[in-house]
Design a protein around this ligand. Structure first.
Ligand SMILES: [Zn+2]
Ligand SMILES: [Zn+2]
Length: 509
């Protein structure tokens, strides 16, 4: 028993080490990034992905050292598997607007498709780009995979939008810094000087807000000078509709202050003019509002009295996956949380597994849960109320930027500093027990048309392909870790592949 445990630990340790030390030169070209555009379609019950295209873009802004995501954040995740060697060579968690839409009343009565797009460093060889969605129990499930072939003629290098880029504050090479590309929304060509001024204001906000202020030399800010035809932004409740480059609007999900865009391909097209880790959209409006999605984009209005707080708050979502720490039970996003498991967000807890969160920051003698009284001002504990819920969800301190625009609490502060470090050119030493669990059986692409590649951890064995009626329609001998199986003769439909008792579902279309 004990021996098994030690062996298991060693396995996990080696997996962790190998995951951390992917050699950039071996797997990637230093010539830009690969972007995969997909549509995510569905309703509140579920969704599926539809492939749109691969785009090769001129810049990659990310770290070349920390290629495997050291954090287990996000409702979604992209993984890249080298097709030759079955090696995980890149991963990133992220959030989407679609996932939030799935909690709305509208998603219960109709389907919608949302644009989604993931960017990875440009692979040298064939890779599978895999998309995963976190289920309600908090675990990632593979839902889509697509083979990227470098010599495929429809991999486009066409840049849809080419605009000048203005450096706002540049402190070093993109692979060693947090690169923020700022996009203008609703600024006309005549208003570009005003936009540049607003970008300088934004950089100054970061230079004055901790923990960014202490690390401001780790940030680059660049602005893409992309004009809109009309000035302003859509305000549906006031019947105001403006022709703008990113087509943003207030009243997302009928929430007045919630300003977002569904035109994510346009966002990516404009952002492609500069290297970036984070996209910040500045909206030319004096109305209070914004939105932020982890590794997707931040958006806030430029001309409101509260703008500097909104700018930092939304970036907390987009940069570090921080949850809202306030209570708003009517907000449909409250439905995202399952009180029987720990939420993935670093700054809220259900107390199901508090040790995995910020228990190490709590002083001895502080009661958990912590009474919400003045005695515990500025104390780290677990205060009930957070993640829109007033019961069953706990936050680290009484006040925080993610709750009431106070300075970031100690937990958010630490998370942000860890995230800044992960964008640097040295390997991260983040406090984490998290190890990427890799499945021992994988089937790509999914959906499939001509063939599937069956990835197994050890050579040998048989694969059975079983149709929806439970009938075995194909048996294949597996000779290596990667086995290409022709499935073009199979009728279209859902199949299960079984290898050594393990099963995976795939769609033939
Ligand atoms: Zn928020
Ligand atoms: Zn906080």
């Amino acid at each position: 028993m004990k021996k098994t445990y030690v062996t298991l630990l060693l396995c996990m340790f080696s997996l962790f080490l190998s995951a951390q030390s992917v050699n950039f030169e071996q797997f990637f070209l230093d010539e830009g990034s690969l972007r995969m555009d997909v549509f995510q379609c569905g309703n509140s019950d579920g969704s599926h992905y539809v492939f749109e295209r691969f785009v090769i873009e001129p810049y990659f802004g990310g770290s070349k050292v920390n290629l495997i995501d050291p954090f287990n954040y996000g409702t979604n995740r992209v993984k890249v598997i080298d097709a030759q060697t079955n090696t995980l060579i890149y991963s990133r968690g992220y959030n989407t607007l679609f996932r939030e839409w799935q909690t709305t009343d509208e998603a219960r009565v109709m389907e919608r498709c949302y644009e989604e797009s993931v960017s990875i460093p440009l692979p040298r060889n064939e890779v599978y780009v895999i998309l995963e969605i976190r289920n309600f129990d908090g675990e990632f499930e593979e839902v889509f995979s697509k083979l990227y072939e470098p010599d495929e003629m429809f991999n486009t290098t066409e840049q849809r939008y080419v605009f000048p880029v203005q450096d706002i504050m540049v402190n070093g090479a993109p692979d060693s810094k947090v690169d923020i590309v700022i996009l203008p929304e609703g600024y006309t060509a005549e208003e570009m000087p005003q936009f540049i001024q607003h970008c300088q204001n934004l950089a100054n906000v970061f230079a004055q807000a901790e923990p960014f202020a202490s690390h401001i030399n780790e940030f680059n800010f660049r602005a893409v000078l992309a004009p809109s035809e009309e000035s302003g932004v859509d305000i549906p409740a006031s019947h105001i509709w403006k022709r703008t480059i990113l087509n943003s609007h207030f009243y997302t999900f009928y929430i007045d202050r919630y300003c977002t865009t569904r035109n994510y391909f346009s966002v990516k097209d404009v952002a492609a003019n500069a290297p970036y880790d984070q996209i910040y959209i500045l909206v030319n409006s004096s109305q209070y509002g914004g939105g932020g999605f982890y590794n997707f984009y931040s958006m806030s209005t430029a001309g409101n009295m509260s703008s500097s707080s909104v700018i930092v708050h939304e970036f907390g979502h987009a940069f570090a996956g921080l949850a809202d720490e306030y209570e708003e039970p009517d907000n449909p996003l409250a439905l995202l949380y399952n009180l029987d498991v720990e939420p993935w967000e670093p700054n809220i807890t259900t107390l199901v597994d508090f040790e995995s969160k910020w228990a190490d920051l709590v002083s001895p003698g502080t009661p958990i849960p912590t009474p919400n009284t003045n005695q515990y001002n500025n104390v780290v504990g677990a205060f009930e109320g957070g993640g829109y819920l007033s019961q069953g969800m706990y936050r680290p301190q009484r006040n925080c930027m993610m709750r009431d625009y106070a300075p970031f609490c100690a937990v958010c502060y630490r998370t942000l500093e860890n995230m800044i470090e992960a964008h640097s050119d040295h390997p991260v030493s983040v406090k984490t027990d998290y190890v990427l669990p890799e499945p021992s059986l994988r089937v790509c692409p999914n959906p499939a048309t001509d063939f599937i590649d069956v990835f197994v951890n050890q050579e040998g064995g048989q694969a059975e392909i079983i149709d929806i009626n439970g009938k075995t329609v194909m048996t294949v001998q597996l000779d290596s870790e990667v086995n290409r199986v022709v499935v073009s003769e199979l009728p279209n439909g859902v199949y299960v592949i079984r290898v050594n008792g393990e099963t995976k579902k795939f769609v033939k279309q």
